[in-house]
Design a protein around this ligand. Structure first.
Ligand code: ARG
Length: 461
């Protein structure tokens, strides 16, 4: 304990297992640059407040540049048992470089509680901005494929049963819309992450009159957290980011599940590029969609991290408790998982090939039974009646084993006299998708409208 920065009142040593149990340096060292940046802003505010002289500030600033260079070159030597976390490690090294006399002034009025919250927010903000750009790329791939492949028609499913014909583009855009909502949500999350806790102290604020606004501005924060206790105790920003990530991974998982099904031999609508598939060590013919299975599988890990942190935090008394250190590792892994997953999904979608013939072959005339009912609706027959009549046509087809599209006009008129001579025109899948021309439907103009909307969401950064 005596060697530690907080060791003034401690006499005995720590249990060696307690040392490693307590330390976070091996993972929070990821925040070295944010920690240094925050410390320089801190020192500048202390200069302005008259706590540091210009010479002391200059020494601190240039000392930190050296510490940063060591991290970047990989020459920073972490001292096990001494460097408990990134804050103590950076300060220890600064003291060695510029002397303990000046280095020791840096932490005036500052707490690691505000420091770790600052570091995490800066790191998370930057990572979420990168994810925003990656997500925009994914949407662009979706949009360009949807534009290019608008002509292909496939079965749309409910309950995994053939339901109604749709455009392949319409399927892609169904996920595109979900991811576009995720993009909008992400932008809202970033705004709440990007607020400054610096100047909140251990819990009670700062007594040296530091200019919090100036520090926030220097660090690129959009504003301040307005209550010092809330500022140091809250990990809502981590939770919200992970809730967001879980939401997105939920969409990624369902998207993957669809593609796994569509890629099976029984469907063969799509084929994954070799870059995103693997073989079997036993069965030579196998080509497995490991990328998609991992996307689906990793969503479980992402939800787990979010739920785990909810549990960690729910019963804590207010302000800082060491439990909060447990927010760091899930955040780091969650963000990496989400970022990697969007990029893999982008790769998969941009390289997979489709088999429009197989899509077409999977369409069957029963999928037009609703169109058959709608035909009579347009002739003024109430839908409940037309639904029943169409059902009779389906039953007749099943009984006679004659496909409905091979019925004659007379066959239809035997079932209901109101069927006209033009009834056979509904047995055309293109006609069917074009019938759904209200906004959001499968008609070409409706799909093109969706593309326009998605383009707008994914460009206005
Ligand atoms: N490593 C700690 C964390 O991640 C920093 C804050 C420690 N503060 C304290 N008073 N022990 O939470």
């Amino acid at each position: 304990g005596e060697n530690m920065l907080w060791g003034g009142r401690f006499t005995g040593g720590l249990d060696p297992l307690m040392v490693s149990y307590n330390e976070s340096i091996y993972y929070d060292c990821k925040f070295y640059a944010q920690d240094i940046r925050g410390s320089i802003a801190w020192a500048r505010a202390n200069l302005k407040a008259g706590i540091l002289t210009p010479a002391e500030f200059a020494a601190i600033e240039s000392g930190f540049e050296k510490v940063k260079a060591e991290w970047e070159a990989g020459t920073f030597k972490i001292i096990s048992g001494v460097d408990e976390d990134i804050h103590t490690a950076n300060e220890r090294r600064l003291g060695e470089i510029i002397g303990k006399e000046i280095g020791g002034k840096l932490h005036t009025g500052r707490s690691r509680n505000e420091q770790v919250a600052t570091d995490m927010r800066l790191w998370l903000r930057d990572e979420l901005r990168k994810i925003e750009a990656i997500l925009v790329d994914f949407l662009k791939v979706t949009v360009s494929r949807a534009e290019r492949e608008i002509d292909y028609i496939m079965p749309g499913y409910t309950h995994l049963q053939r339901a109604q014909p749709i455009r392949w583009s319409h399927w892609m855009l169904s996920y595109g819309m979900a991811f576009a909502s995720d993009l909008e949500r992400l932008r809202e999350v970033i705004a709440r992450v990007n607020l400054s806790p610096l100047g909140a102290g251990a819990l009670a604020g700062n007594c040296f009159g530091l200019d919090r606004e100036a520090m926030a501005k220097e660090l690129g924060f959009d504003g301040l957290l307005w209550n010092s206790m809330a500022a140091v105790s809250s990990r809502d920003f981590v939770l919200e980011a992970m809730q967001w990530g879980s939401f997105l991974m939920n969409h990624i998982s369902r998207f993957s599940e669809d593609l796994i099904i569509y890629g099976s031999s029984e469907f063969s609508f799509v084929r994954l590029a070799d870059a995103y598939s693997t073989g079997s060590s036993l069965m030579p013919q196998k080509k497995n969609s490991d990328s998609l299975e991992l996307l689906r599988g990793k969503s479980g890990r992402a939800f787990g991290q979010m739920a785990g942190l909810m549990m960690t935090i729910k019963g804590l008394p207010s302000t800082y408790n060491k439990d909060l250190q447990e927010s760091v590792e899930p955040m780091l892994d969650h963000i990496k998982t989400v970022s990697d997953s969007i990029q893999i999904a982008t790769g998969v979608l941009s390289t997979l090939t489709i088999n429009p013939e197989k899509m077409k072959a999977a369409l069957d005339p029963f999928m037009l039974a609703t169109d058959l009912a709608d035909y009579l609706v347009k002739k003024g027959v109430p839908f409940r009646e037309t639904h029943h009549i169409s059902g009779q046509c389906v039953a007749a087809s099943e009984k006679t084993k004659v496909s409905m599209d091979k019925f004659s006009v007379a066959d239809f008129q035997k079932i209901d006299a109101r069927f006209g001579d033009d009834i056979l025109k509904i047995f055309d899948y293109n006609h069917s998708v074009e019938q759904h021309s209200a906004a959001g439907g499968t008609a070409r103009k409706s799909v093109e409208e969706q593309i326009t909307i998605l383009k707008k969401i994914s460009t206005n950064v």
